[in-house]
Design a protein around this ligand. Structure first.
Ligand SMILES: [Ca+2]
Ligand SMILES: [Ca+2]
Length: 219
């Protein structure tokens, strides 16, 4: 009975992105992001020996943050980035989308057009040569036709990060966090389990799955 219930939760979650005539979505490391989700990236030392946060690793450009068309392969759209908080003091803030890049400099917002012929638009947003501890919070909004979606990008350096609902510790809440709990509860597989007890009752139960399910649905 328990297994059946959990399976239904998982199946219904997988159906969420297909509700309505959604034409595109944001994905991070291959997983769909709920509208308004926050992608959290912790600063790392890059190949230039600088502290940096990047949404798309250079060595794996398709496995970071992308805008993915859900039907068709060609589209033109408009995107804006808005930096709401920035205490990182980075030397450069770079935003590339649809093949062109801009160094934001002292600008906190920027608009650009983008297009795609292969159904994918890479979103490269970097804070490079970070000088201070703290965080940068930006909202990226993309519009294609009459459809608009947003993703929040949080870069952090030296701050303790706990993202509510992030069971597998990759900094973002996705269906993968449900899967991590499901694997633990049904198969005792804890390989992806980093923060299993999401509701704080000191046990890992189906109630923790429900909590994440509600986060993903925006409840
Ligand atoms: Ca996660
Ligand atoms: Ca719990």
């Amino acid at each position: 009975m328990k297994k059946h219930l959990l399976t239904m939760v998982l199946v219904s979650l997988m159906l969420v992105p297909t509700i309505g005539a959604q034409t595109f979505e944001f994905r991070y490391h291959g997983e769909s992001l709920a509208d308004g989700a926050t992608v959290t990236i912790v600063a790392e030392v890059n190949e230039f020996d600088e502290l940096a946060c990047v949404t798309n690793p250079f060595n794996d450009p398709n496995n970071g943050l992308i805008l993915k068309l859900l039907s068709g392969s060609q589209a033109q759209g408009n995107a804006s980035i808005n930096i709401e908080e920035n205490s990182l003091n980075p030397a450069r803030v770079l935003w590339c989308m649809g093949g062109s890049c801009v160094n934001l400099g002292s600008n906190t917002s920027y608009n650009k057009e983008f297009s795609t012929n292969n159904g994918i638009v890479q979103v490269q947003f970097d804070a490079e040569d970070i000088q201070s501890e703290g965080h940068l919070l930006a909202t990226l909004t993309a519009t294609i036709g009459s459809e608009t979606h947003t993703v929040k990008i949080k870069f952090t350096n030296g701050e303790q990060q706990v993202v509510p609902g992030d069971v597998d510790g990759d900094g973002v809440v996705t269906a993968g966090d449900i899967t991590a709990l499901y694997n633990f509860l049904l198969n005792s597989d804890d390989t992806a389990l980093v923060n299993g007890d999401q509701d704080g009752d000191n046990t890992i139960t189906a109630g923790d799955i429900t909590l994440i399910y509600n986060i993903l649905l925006g409840n």
